[in-house]
Write a protein that binds this ligand. Structure first.
Ligand SMILES: Nc1ncnc2c1ncn2[C@@H]1O[C@H](COP(=O)(O)OP(=O)(O)O)[C@@H](O)[C@H]1O
Ligand SMILES: [Mg+2]
Length: 364
């Protein structure tokens, strides 16, 4: 295995190889299933016992993300390493990178881990975001940020936010103290509320040789801060779609990314775009590709991180993906009986409120 690993650093990691994935959620599960179809087996590294990914993988390391000994053993057993979860500590990523190819690399992870670095990264590329100001020194810097950005605005923690968690809306400057306390006095960023007409996202794959393949932009609807549906084709102008792809392309290039990059965007009334955030991995808004594209996002992810030829990302049918959140998963008998609907469940036992339990792809 060590020999294979060494060769892997020099060339593609093909059928018979082993892909290491940090993170054990549904994105890891669907990546492992796609890898299996290509004859590539996965080794999951996760602190969660019997999570969605572990259930479909014979090789699992159950350990904390900062357990360097466990990370060393994990690295020794795989040919290439990737992530389905970007919030891995810097020291762990550096440790792994000394042992095996790590794709994407630290720059993409670091930038996606921190909303301030992320917004600066896009702005430095000349790509617009919502107006924003850092709030890193407590209530005083929040007051300065409110003076600069105005209200309404959204205060977001710089790190570890997802599904609308770690965010508070400020309707007036008087809401500042409560908002700051609600986020638990953590470093944050204040963003002006964007009057978007729609939200879209675009997912690009980039291979080690710099080749790219982009999925078409998706129209996204959120409910209570959580993605509810993603639909294609998105009702946007051709120029808007071209601009979205160009943003993803330049970000992937600037990050020297190998793998997938998902970029969430706000569409304004004039068709122009603002970047909201990015994720250097498969993304919930790309689940429609599983039943509508020649190569879906999970297979494309495996191909990219393994240095295999990228697949054809083009779409062969219109599709709507609907997330099954919490108790919505109990509709599975009905969904299973719906002609054309393709049900994907993540194997989570408990359907807690706000928890992503599965999704269904429905041709439209
Ligand atoms: N500046 C903003 N203006 C308007 N709506 C926003 C803004 N920021 C976030 N939202 C809304 O909240 C959702 C979740 O915010 P986002 O920053 O993407 O966080 P998360 O990491 O939870 O996905 C967005 O998809 C959008 O609907
Ligand atoms: Mg988001």
């Amino acid at each position: 295995m060590a020999m294979v690993g060494r060769l892997a650093a020099l060339g593609p990691v093909g059928p018979g190889a082993r892909l290491g994935i940090l993170g054990g959620g549904q994105l890891g599960r669907m990546t492992a299933l796609a890898a299996a179809r290509l004859g590539i087996s996965c080794h999951i590294f996760t602190p969660e016992d019997n999570g969605p990914a572990s259930q479909v993988c014979p090789m699992v390391t159950l350990a904390a993300y900062d357990d360097l000994d466990a990370l060393s053993r994990f690295a020794a057993s795989v040919d290439v390493i990737t992530f389905e979860f970007e919030n891995i500590p810097a020291a762990s990523v550096a440790h792994l990178a000394a042992l095996r190819p790590v794709r994407p690399g630290w720059k993409a992870l670091e930038t996606a881990q921190d909303r301030i670095l992320e917004k600066r990264f896009f702005n430095d590329l000349g790509i617009a975001t919502a107006p924003w100001a850092p709030v890193t020194d407590g209530p005083q810097s929040l007051a300065e940020a409110v003076a600069k950005i105005g209200c309404p605005a959204i205060l977001k923690t710089t790190r570890l936010g997802y599904d609308g968690k770690g965010q508070v809306r400020l309707n007036a400057p008087g809401d500042s103290a409560a908002a700051w306390a609600a986020l638990g006095n953590r470093p944050a960023v204040l963003e002006g509320l964007v009057p978007f007409v729609s939200e879209i996202s675009v997912i690009i794959a980039r291979a080690p040789d710099g080749a790219t393949a982009c999925f078409e932009p998706t129209l996204n609807h959120h409910r209570e801060g959580i993605l509810h549906t993603s639909s294609v084709p998105a009702p946007i102008r051709p120029q808007t779609a071209i601009a979205a792809r160009a943003i993803a392309e330049s970000a992937a290039l600037a990050l020297d990314l190998v793998g997938l990059l998902a970029v969430e965007l706000f569409v304004l009334a004039d068709g122009s775009l603002l970047v909201n955030e990015m994720a250097p991995r498969p993304h919930n808004s790309g689940h429609w590709t599983m039943d509508a594209c020649h190569t879906d996002q999970f297979e494309q992810f495996v191909r990219a991180v393994c240095g295999l030829p990228l697949g054809d990302p083009s779409r062969f049918r219109a599709m709507r993906m609907t997330n099954l959140i919490g108790d919505e998963v109990h509709d599975w008998p009905l969904l299973m009986a719906t002609p054309g609907a393709r049900l994907h469940l993540y194997g989570k036992v408990e359907s807690r409120r706000g928890r992503k339990m599965g999704h269904v792809n429905t041709p439209v």
